[in-house]
Write a protein that binds this ligand. Structure first.
Ligand code: GLN
Length: 483
């Protein structure tokens, strides 16, 4: 059962081949057995999962089932879950029990999905390897010495190891696509504003976007369909109808124009990864697509601009964690300032502190124009690059990440090298565009991801383009040995 995709599980439930309770029990047993070596889950909500599963089975008996009714999923522990710890991978929020559900959590529950638990992540979603979590690193099921990517590494590892058929993630600079790539699964970051950020703990609000991780594009289509849509509680949510992604998957690719940015295939890209990506692009040509070279001339500026804008926004967003209203509070503060400073010093890890410091610096009066304003101008240039490219092509394709999964500990002491893991994903967030990653092969035993970038609100096209590839290839069906 655990090898079935969400689409297959949904069909099995509909055909009465199994109940949601049986399915949920089976995944909970797998989590119990395999989570210790992987550390993909921070919290497992077994009892409430079984209660939700029984309720789903009842709804199905009454003839009220939707496609996701009774399908188990997991949530990245950045989404608030009513009555359940919502830690954001931080000591700061380790004691925090959210008093409400994030819109994404509420919508997936309303669609009938069963929550198995909350997955591990880099602290406050800051990282590319899942090594900054207060709860310890997650391991990659394809190779336990390797990182799963980050920050949605727990979700990606859990899906890859078949501990859950699907999971939620968030992507500020690559955190859905890069771990999907490193763990050999499919994940999509929607257009900014497509999925509500209400109840999703903020890292960099103008970049953060929630989305699904699953084995296939068809599964992502089902999950995204349930997650997306206007939410009056999020002022940046866009009021625009949600297409029925699942019914738009099969459109043929003949005549599709795929742009290959020359900047994504140059220096810095591992040659073995490049070869696997080239093969995937060749498959697209066989499927009837045409490929053309495009240029995104400001690509090299994406990382420097991001590492000004994201820390600036995080320094402001994380100011609320002061030990007063919620989260960690130091012992015996001697006065208010001591309460603030010690609670924050104890509650945050070093990567989060680094970013708060950088963010506070670039926003300070003397440096605002030199750094923050400049970064915003670059952001505009990057959006313009994509706008010009999409005048010529329907989608853009390239590697998701310059290398396959690296080893635990390999980059953790070298932030600049770590930041380069997101060189192909960050510009997409700066422009607010949708991006998808899917598995297209291996280097050794470590998976390689292909990134597909679409125009604004072209999630349906990205899912369609990925799905057609998955119809004629089987990389998405490979599973890590031992799981
Ligand atoms: N790795 C990037 C960072 O550390 C992106 C993280 C994310 O998308 N949440 O900020």
């Amino acid at each position: 059962m655990h090898h079935k995709t969400i689409v297959q599980l949904s069909a099995a439930l509909a055909a009465g081949e199994c109940s949601s309770e049986e399915l949920t029990r089976a995944f909970l047993e797998r989590i119990e057995r395999f989570n210790p070596p992987l550390n993909a889950f921070i919290t497992v909500t077994a009892e409430s999962a079984l209660a939700q599963a029984r309720a789903a089975d009842q709804r199905r008996r009454r003839g009220e089932a939707q496609p996701l009714t009774g399908v188990p999923i997991a949530h990245k522990d950045i989404f608030c879950t009513d009555g359940v710890r919502t830690s954001c991978g931080s000591r700061m929020l380790d004691p925090f029990i959210a008093p409400y559900d994030a819109t994404v959590v509420e919508r997936l529950a309303a669609a009938g999905a069963v929550m198995l638990g909350k997955t591990n992540l880099d602290e406050f979603a800051m990282g590319s390897s899942n090594e900054t979590s207060f709860y310890g690193p997650v391991r990659n099921p394809w190779d336990l010495e390797a990182v799963p990517g980050g920050s949605s590494g727990g979700s990606a590892a859990a899906v890859a190891a078949r501990l859950t058929p699907g999971a939620t993630g968030t992507d500020t600079g690559g955190s859905i696509r890069q771990p999907a790539a490193l763990c050999g699964i499919t994940g999509i970051k929607p257009t900014y504003g497509r999925v509500s950020r209400w109840g999703m703990i903020a890292y960099a609000s103008s970049l953060d976007q929630g989305g699904p991780l699953a084995r296939t594009a068809a599964d992502c289509a089902l999950l995204l369909g349930a997650m997306a849509g206007f939410d009056p509680s999020d002022s940046t949510s866009v009021d625009r109808p949600v297409p029925d992604y699942a019914t738009l998957l099969d459109r043929p690719l003949a005549g599709l124009k795929i742009g290959l940015p020359k900047e994504y295939f140059g220096e810095g890209l591992d040659s073995a990864v490049a070869q696997v990506v080239e093969e995937a692009i060749a498959e697209y040509r066989r499927l009837g697509a045409e490929t053309v070279e495009v240029s995104l001339p400001n690509s090299a500026l994406a990382i420097p601009a991001y590492y000004v804008i994201a820390p600036a926004e995080c320094s402001s967003n994380l100011a609320r964690f002061d030990g007063v209203r919620y989260g960690h509070r130091c012992e015996d503060p001697k006065d208010l300032l001591d309460l603030y400073t010690r609670s924050r010093a104890e509650g945050f890890g070093s990567e989060v502190k680094r970013r708060i410091l950088v963010g506070t610096f670039v926003l300070s009066a003397g440096y605002y124009d030199a750094y923050y304003l400049k970064a915003q101008q670059i952001r505009r240039l990057i959006s313009d690059d994509f706008r010009r490219a999409f005048e010529q092509v329907d989608v853009i394709a390239g590697p998701t990440s310059p290398t396959v999964a690296f080893n635990l500990g390999e980059k953790v002491d070298d932030p600049i090298t770590m930041y380069l893991s997101d060189i192909y994903t960050i510009a997409v967030n700066l422009a607010g565009l949708p991006g998808l990653s899917m598995p297209v092969g291996f280097v050794g035993q470590r998976p390689v991801g292909l990134q597909l970038i679409g125009n604004y609100f072209a999630e349906d096209r990205l899912l369609n383009v990925a799905h057609r590839y998955q119809q004629t290839t089987d990389w998405h069906e490979r599973s890590p040995a031992g799981f």
